[in-house]
Design a protein around this ligand. Structure first.
Ligand SMILES: [Zn+2]
Length: 273
């Protein structure tokens, strides 16, 4: 049983053949999925994914969860103050399937132009702080997007002192960086990056981290695996990410799959039989 802890199932690339992708996912051992959101506009679609998952299941349906948030790469779609207020309201009346705030975080790849830099970074930090506050108020974990920003993000998380922590999704970075998040109670999201032979640092890191701090994810339809570049990534690919993780670790595949499943439930406070 695998849990895809980060799949953008609401994106058009997956929605155009949703039933097929779900069937494939189930055939590859995916038993549960968490769909984070990127903008307020997407929230209804993310919540709506649930219907798809139910309708297309002939036998056992996939367990479905979602998160509401404002992604740092979609700044042009956000009205920061209004959207944060709307997020607060939406979280107040959330269903039990809404298990996190996210996807939020920092991405400083695009903040390189000297003039734009300050405003992009400042806006991203403000949006992040707003969402960390809401996570605290609503007692939810956060799903964090972290690109070229580990020092700043760690500083923000230390200040925020979240009771439920969350996950650093699609982690790439060093062992020391990962351990700094783990010390704050965060999980590390392991995705397609580890299938790239040249991603040596991340592969070595994931091999050494405590198994009890790892989650599996695809980030589909983005982040295609090695050998699948240029194609739509799908939740079924989690099986390959899992195999790659098994190759990097010394524990048995059974132990890895069971531990990661339990980690995901613990991270998102999901109660399941
Ligand atoms: Zn994502």
């Amino acid at each position: 049983m695998l849990f895809d802890s980060h799949c953008h199932f609401d994106f058009p690339a997956l929605q155009q053949a949703a039933s097929q992708y779900l069937q494939d996912a189930k055939a590859h051992g995916v038993a549960a999925m968490l769909v984070p959101s990127v903008s307020r506009e997407q929230w209804p679609q993310v919540m709506h994914c649930q219907t798809h998952l139910r309708d297309s299941s002939t036998n056992k349906p996939l367990d479905f969860y979602y998160a509401l948030g404002l992604h740092p790469c979609f700044l042009e779609q956000h009205q920061d103050a209004a959207d944060l207020a709307a997020l607060d309201a939406a979280l107040s009346i959330r269903s039990k399937h809404c298990v996190a705030v996210g996807e939020c975080g920092l991405d400083w790849r695009l903040a390189d132009q000297p003039i734009a830099e300050q405003s992009i970074k400042a806006r991203q930090i403000q949006l992040l702080q707003g969402q960390l506050d809401l996570a605290k108020r609503h007692q939810l974990p956060v799903i964090l997007h972290a690109v070229h920003c580990h020092a700043e993000l760690l500083a923000q998380l230390k200040l925020a002192k979240l009771p439920q922590a969350g996950v650093i999704h699609g982690f790439t970075g060093s062992y020391e960086q990962a351990m700094a998040y783990i010390k704050l109670g965060f999980y590390i999201g392991v995705g397609g990056a580890i299938t790239y032979p040249r991603a040596l640092k991340t592969r070595r890191t994931v091999a050494r981290l405590p198994l009890t701090s790892l989650l599996l994810e695809t980030d589909a339809p983005d982040m295609p695996l090695h050998g699948f570049q240029g194609q739509v990534n799908t939740p079924a690919q989690i099986a390959r990410v899992f195999l790659e993780l098994c190759a990097l670790r010394h524990e048995s595949p059974e132990q890895i799959s069971q531990t990661l499943w339990q980690n995901t439930l613990r991270c998102f406070q999901i109660e399941m039989h």
